[in-house]
Design a protein around this ligand. Structure first.
Ligand code: 5RP
Length: 238
C-alpha cells in the first residue's frame, strides 16, 4: 500500500474506533477514504457484534453499505444521526471544509446537518491553514441545470475568479449529480474580503443554487492520516 492509502486507512480506522458506539446511527460519507471506514465498520460489526444503522450520503455510500452487509437506513426512519464519518477535500485551521470533489456535497451536507458529530477523515494532503492553500480545484457548487450560466455570471461578477461547469469523463457533457443537478467549481481569487460564512450564505441565496461545498462550523474533529500510518487529530477544543 502506498503512503496516501496508508494515511487514508489509518485516519479512517482511528475515527471509526474512537467515535462509533454500539446502538448508534452512523452517517456514511463519500469518497475514497470512506471506503476504509466502511471496511473497519464491517470488521467491528463482525468481531464485536456492534449494532449500528448506516445512513448513506450518496449512491456510492449506499452501495458500500449494502456490499459490506451493514444495516441500511435513511432519514425517514433515522432522522437523528449520532455521528457522520466523511472525507474532505481540504480542512482549514478552524475546521472549515471544502467538500464535493466527488460531487456528493448536497446529501453530505444534509446528513452532516442531522448529525450530532461530524467527524472528518483525510490524508495529510488535506490539512491546510486556509482554504485554497492546497486544494486547487475550486469550491464545488451544486446548481439546477437551467440556471447554471446566470449563476456562473453572478458568482464571477460578485467575487471574481472563474466558476467552471464540471465536465464528465466517461460521458459526453457535464457531470450530473445523484440529485440530477450540475456542479460549478468556483476557482476563487486569493484576495476575498468577506468571511467564508458570509460568502457561503450569499451564494446560497442565488436562485438556482442548491448547495455549496463550503462546510462552515460543521465538523467537530478531523483525523489526518500520515504517510507512516500515524494519525494527527484536530479539534476546535485543542
Ligand atoms: C465527495 C467528498 C469527499 O469526501 C471528498 O472529495 C474527499 O474524497 P477522498 O476521500 O476521495 O479524498 O466531499 O463529495
Amino acid at each position: 500500500m502506498g503512503p496516501l492509502e496508508t494515511a487514508k486507512k489509518a485516519a479512517a480506522c482511528k475515527a471509526v474506533d474512537e467515535f462509533v458506539k454500539t446502538n448508534s446511527v452512523v452517517g456514511i460519507g463519500s469518497g475514497s477514504t470512506v471506503i476504509y471506514a466502511v471496511h473497519r465498520l464491517a470488521e467491528r460489526v463482525k468481531d464485536e457484534k456492534l449494532k449500528i444503522v448506516c445512513v448513506p450520503t450518496s449512491f456510492q455510500a449506499r452501495q458500500l453499505i449494502v456490499n459490506s452487509h451493514l444495516v441500511l437506513g435513511d432519514l425517514e426512519t433515522h432522522p437523528r444521526i449520532d455521528c457522520v464519518i466523511d472525507g474532505a477535500d481540504e480542512v482549514d485551521e478552524e475546521l472549515n471544509l471544502i467538500k464535493g470533489g466527488g460531487g456528493c456535497l448536497l446529501q453530505e451536507k444534509i446528513i452532516a446537518s442531522c448529525a450530532e458529530d461530524m467527524i472528518v477523515i483525510a490524508d495529510y494532503t488535506k490539512n491546510s491553514e486556509r482554504l485554497g492553500q492546497q486544494y486547487k480545484k475550486g469550491i464545488p457548487i451544486e446548481v439546477i441545470p437551467m440556471a447554471y450560466v446566470p449563476i456562473q455570471r453572478k458568482i464571477e461578477d460578485n467575487y471574481g475568479g472563474l466558476a467552471k461547469i464540471r465536465m464528465a469523463i466517461a460521458k459526453a457533457g457535464p457531470v450530473v449529480t445523484d440529485n440530477g443537478n450540475f456542479i460549478l467549481d468556483w476557482h476563487f481569487p486569493d484576495d476575498l474580503e468577506k468571511s467564508w460564512k458570509v460568502i457561503n450564505s450569499e451564494i446560497k441565496m442565488i436562485p438556482g443554487v442548491v448547495e455549496t461545498g463550503l462546510f462552515i462550523n460543521m465538523a467537530k474533529k478531523a483525523y489526518f492520516g500520515m504517510a507512516d500510518g500515524t494519525v494527527t487529530e484536530q479539534s476546535l477544543d485543542g
